[in-house]
Ligand binder design. Sequence first.
Ligand code: NAP
Length: 273
Amino acid sequence: MTKTILITGSSSGLGRATAKHFHAKGWNVVATMRNPEREEELIRLDRVLVTRLDVQDLASIQAAVDAGISKFGRIDALMNNAGYGAYGPLEVTSLDKIRRQFDVNVLGVLATTKALLPHFRANRSGVIVNISSGGGRVTLPLGTLYHGTKFAVEGLSESLHFELAPLGVRVKIVEPGAIKTDFMSRSLDFSNDPQLSEYQPLVQKVLAVIGPMMEQGAPPERVAESVYTATTDDSNQLRYEVGVDVVELLGSRRSMDDAAFLGGMRTQFGLEG
Ligand code: NAP
C-alpha cells in the first residue's frame, strides 16, 4: 500500500524539498503550510494534498491530520519541520518574540505530534521525524532562543523515543548543518538595538559568521534524503547528521570536554579575557 507522510512548513526550504522527494519515491504527501492558497507547484502533483496547517493554531493541526487521513486512508510518517530562528541579544528581544519562537519551534512539534499519536497508536506504527539542527547540540552566541528551542527538540525527542517504542512508533531527529534555503531572508528574526553598544562587537561578529556559513550551505535535497532514510530504514537510530560541516563540528564537540570546546568558541568570537 502507498505510504503517506504529513509535513509541516512545506511552503519552502527543507519542507518543500522533502515533499517533492517523498512524492518522487512514490509516497502520498500531506504538504501542509500556513498559506496553501499561494502554493503553485505542489498542488499540481498527484498524490499530494496541499492543506493549511499553522503550528500556532491547534484547530488547523487537527483539521490537516483529519484531511490527510480522510484523503489517503492513513498517515505513516510525520515530519515536524516548521520553524524559524530568533537571534539577537536577549535583553533587546521582546517577550512576544520569545513566546513565538518557543510556540513555533517547540509547542508546534509537541502539538502536531499529539494530534497524530492516537492514529499511530491505533495502527501500532508510525515514524516521527523532528527537524532539529547542529544548533540543537552546540550553540552560537546570540542564539539563546533558537538554540533553546532546538536543544528542547533534542531532549523531548530523545525521551519520546523511549515512550513510543512499545507502541511501534519511532522517533527520529534530523540535524542539518547549514543548508542553502531562504532561511536567512524568510526565517531569521534578528533583534538588535544599536544603542546598546556593549553588544555590538558580538552582533557584528555573529552576523559575519552566519551569512557566509549559510551561503556555503548544502542543498535542501540532502536533508530530504536523510529524512527519507530516517523514515524508511526500520532502525532504532535516533540521530541523523546532515552536511559535512555538522559532522565535523559535532565530531569535534564529542572529542573535547566542555572547557576545551567552549574555550575554542569564546576565542573564535573574541570573548577571551
Ligand atoms: P524556510 O525555507 O524559511 O522554511 C521555514 C518554514 O517554516 C516555512 O515553510 C514557514 O512557512 C514555516 N513556518 C514558520 N512558522 C510556521 C507556523 N507557525 N506554522 C507552520 N509553518 C510555519 O527555512 P528552512 O531552512 O527550510 O527551515 C526549516 C526547518 O529547518 C526549521 O525548523 C529550521 O530551524 C531547520 N533548520 C534549517 C537549517 C538551514 O540551514 N536552513 C539548518 C538547521 C535546521 P511560511 O511560508 O508560512 O513562512
